[in-house]
Design a binder for this molecule. Sequence first.
Ligand code: ZN
Length: 308
Amino acid sequence: MDDLRRFCQLLPKIELHAHLNGCIRTSTFRQLLSSTADQLRLDALDKEFQSGDTHARMANVFEKFALLRSCVTNLDEIRRITRETLEDFIADHIMYVELRTRPRSFDNGAIPMSSYVEAILETMKQYKNQICSRLILSIDRTQTVDQAMETLKLAERYRPDVVGLDLSGDPNVKSFERFLPVFNLAKQMNLPTTIHIGELPDAECLRENDLILDFKPSRLGHFNFRTKEQEQRVIKEQIPLEICPTSNLLTMKHPLAICTDDNCYVLIKLDEYIPNQPPNPANFGYWQNNSRDRTEISSSICETYYTD
Ligand SMILES: [Zn+2]
């Protein structure tokens, strides 16, 4: 197993589904928590996570992200998280990475969202000789349509360093329909899109899956819970899936069963570094089941987003 882990680490890889906040080092997260109460809350969340069902674990993860968001208060901390994330990916032999993040402002708007994006892009450029990195801007499911539109404008402004628009956040909030005008606009602007889909085992989630598939994003994230018809549709329409095995296993279901069908594009991704979990070789690299060679797979992925 150690040999396999080492082999997987040494393989040159691309990473297309990595949330910046989710990639924070545990030690950095702990340092940024300013109060004992926050430290104790994080301990409690780690403990509660072990006993929850899928819905509870999802809520737990997003409470942890909210805790992190509340304790990151300036651009230097964002630069640090970006720098450490890139250094970790370089150590794992990632050649190309797309980080995704929801832009935010600081100091009640005195430091605007554009400064947040620029801080990340500037940090990425410092590492350009070691890793090729690009940014995806995320719309959070709990945001307003106006806020989502602001994110779209930022994505357009910072192209080609920003390569796409994502919808993510707590899947208990079903809000794709609300954001559809924003994503339609992104499509008109030829901005690639990636949507988190099928993250919860409930009827509402399956209904939202149909709406998302009707939109036909450039890529889909997770797709853990779906109907057979939805699965066939993704295969037929050749929508690439970003699969994050460890993350998915921790929330109860693994989607790789879809790969038994021919011609399904599957991108095995990280999602986030999971605290207290050993590196899992299955997290890294990319894979497709119909035996195309690596160069072809790589260029098909690059065609999706990376065009400059
Ligand atoms: Zn994700």
